[in-house]
Design a protein around this ligand. Structure first.
Ligand SMILES: [Fe+2]
Ligand SMILES: [Fe+2]
Length: 162
């Protein structure tokens, strides 16, 4: 069993993961409009990953005898002024998600909820990757973005994501 507070917090996190999927899909749509197909594909796959994160919480809540709640999903921002701004947003967003995961871990420790603590360790590791990934692409854009053709090269590179 999980506590009522834990159930509520896990449900909120499931909702945040769905919001993340929404946000990355909005970023994908932005790149589609800009005919940057590689960036669009990368973001669409990122949205899929976030959906999988949401389902991990969904499955866990059910496995622990909790009730899944379907909270409204916030509308994401849909417009940015540049490719760099999109990745700045993604990077800041992932940092926020990391702090939410950390708060969840702290709650699990406080409640001596070992099962939730163990499940969350996957997310702790995942967030290290998520932040590093967004930061790496952002750094590439900052370093090469002004050189003509480099953004198209990066678009080509990101389009290779499977
Ligand atoms: Fe996530
Ligand atoms: Fe993420």
């Amino acid at each position: 069993m999980i506590s009522k507070q834990m159930e509520e917090t896990l449900n909120k996190q499931m909702n945040r993961e769905l919001f993340s999927a929404y946000l990355y899909l909005a970023m994908s749509a932005y790149f589609e409009t800009a005919i940057m197909k590689g960036f669009a594909k990368w973001m669409r796959l990122q949205a899929k990953e976030e959906e999988a994160h949401a389902l991990k919480f969904y499955d866990f809540i059910i496995a622990r005898g909790g009730k899944v709640s379907f909270l409204p999903i916030e509308s994401p921002k849909t417009n940015w002024t540049s490719t760099g701004k999109v990745f700045e947003h993604a990077y800041v967003h992932e940092q926020k998600v990391t702090s939410l995961i950390n708060s969840l871990v702290e709650l699990a420790i406080k409640e001596k909820d070992h099962a939730t603590f163990e499940m969350l360790q996957w997310f702790v590791k995942e967030q290290v990757e998520e932040e590093a990934q967004a930061n790496e692409i952002l750094s590439k854009i900052k370093t090469f973005g002004d050189i003509p053709g480099k953004l198209f090269y990066l678009d080509h590179e990101l389009g290779k994501r499977e």
